[in-house]
Design a protein around this ligand. Structure first.
Ligand SMILES: Nc1ncnc2c1ncn2[C@@H]1O[C@H](COP(=O)(O)OP(=O)(O)OP(=O)(O)O)[C@@H](O)[C@H]1O
Ligand SMILES: [Mg+2]
Length: 388
């Protein structure tokens, strides 16, 4: 690029975002900061991202007309969810529109079985598995317990994942096309965010540690950086970079992995988008994951990923027993704690365990950050106007 090319009429780019949830909302916020405008596609009017962008197409992620209108109206299109009609996106790509990450990659990732095959072909270490397209107790028994059944499609936040310890657990199986995977005894679950530019430039964030809620397969508290040996942290970064390079992905990717009891790293899954485990980067890193993704998909130089301060992050989930318009308790008390930032997603309705917001806590000491995050968990409650 010459100095003469380094000239952008405002807006710098019009970004199409398929999916209007919290990830899209935070992407819109970053886009506005760097002079981009956004249009969001979501089935629900006034979606969290649509509220911020001021421009939304109401339609499903499988509606060719709505997808076409979005992609044609924007300079570049991306997504905050995976459940999208990739055939339709592929046709739009063929017609010359810019879509990142590319629809073929999304198609590979959105089916967990295909994703596992792609990882294995790229020589990425991952737990052993086999297809279980029609779940059958004899096959599960032959594969051996403990195992993890995963729905090929449509799972998120631990829905679509069943851990089974014995034959008796088949009773709780998911009656959908699936894979069965070896249960991994893990000392920690790590995640590494990697950004890759259209020119192949790579930026990688520090590995973070995801502390899961026992028995719920859902994130409890995230710690950045992960409390692991520097050699393990380096290996995790290397593995994440190798994974994203193998996929030839453009944009930001969340690579989830297990650090096994034996000290081995296995990739669990790849998210072809901004990721819950990267929210802490908004306050804690030089360039946050949302801006980084935008830089990658618009062809701008990638930013530095250094961690400025240790951080703990906690999701704010809807309290069971309530629905309707959210009522936030404990906000004042939480914000009185030094280093606490609260993000609320603008969802009009709460439900049990729905992600309604998150909190990031910065502290020079990671254990202090964690202690404060636990304190915040005891303070903030997202209730609803209607009691069930
Ligand atoms: N093979 C495995 N061995 C042990 N635990 C596992 C295994 N696979 C998944 N889990 C547990 O279940 C959780 C959710 O699994 P996974 O990440 O594959 O599903 P998901 O529904 O896509 O989750 P999310 O949207 O929260 O990332 C993992 O974070 C981990 O705690
Ligand atoms: Mg996961």
């Amino acid at each position: 690029m010459t100095a003469a090319d380094d000239r952008y009429p405002y807006p710098v780019a019009q970004i199409g975002i398929i999916g209007g949830g919290q990830l899209g909302r935070m992407l819109v916020a970053a886009a506005k900061r760097i002079g981009c405008t956004c249009t969001v596609l979501d089935p629900y009017p006034d979606s969290p991202a649509g509220q911020l962008s001021g421009s939304q197409i109401v339609g499903t992620y499988h509606d060719p007309d709505a997808l076409g209108r979005l992609v044609r109206a924007c300079d570049v299109t991306t997504f905050d969810i995976e459940d999208i009609d990739t055939d339709c996106l592929g046709e739009l790509l063929q017609a010359g529109h810019r879509i990142f990450p590319c629809p073929g990659l999304l198609a590979d990732i959105q089916d967990k079985l295909t994703q596992k095959h792609v990882l294995v072909e790229a020589d990425i270490p991952t737990a052993d598995f086999e297809a279980a397209l029609e779940p059958d107790p004899a096959q599960f028994a032959r594969f051996g317990f403990p195992l993890v059944q995963k729905a090929c499609r449509g799972g998120y936040d631990g829905r679509g994942v069943q851990i089974m310890r014995s034959d008796a657990d088949f009773e709780h199986h998911l009656p959908v096309p699936s894979l069965v995977e070896r249960f991994v005894p893990a000392q920690k679950e790590l995640a590494v965010m990697v950004a890759r530019g259209q020119d192949g430039a790579i930026r990688v964030y520090p590995p973070v540690e995801m502390c899961m809620r026992p028995d719920e397969n859902i994130l409890d508290i995230l710690l950045a950086p992960a409390r692991v040996d520097p050699a393990i942290a380096d290996a995790a970064r290397g593995l994440a970079v190798r994974t994203v390079e193998a996929l030839m992905g453009v944009g930001i990717f969340g690579v989830e992995m297990f650090l096994t009891d034996a000290g081995e790293l296995l990739v669990n899954e790849v998210a072809p988008r901004t990721h819950n485990s990267g929210h802490y980067t908004i306050e804690a890193c030089v360039t946050d994951q949302f801006e980084q993704h935008l830089r990658a998909i618009t062809g701008l130089p990638l930013g530095e990923t250094d961690l400025l301060r240790p951080a703990a992050m906690l999701n704010l989930l809807g309290e069971p027993g309530f629905k309707g318009r959210p009522v936030i308790r404990g906000l004042r008390a939480a914000l009185a704690i030094p280093g606490v930032s609260v993000h609320l997603y603008g969802k009009a309705q709460t439900r049990a365990h729905r992600k309604m917001g998150h909190v990031t806590v910065l502290d020079a000491d990671i254990e202090q950050a964690r202690a404060k995050a636990e304190q915040v968990r005891g303070l903030i409650r997202i209730e609803g106007e209607e009691r069930l």
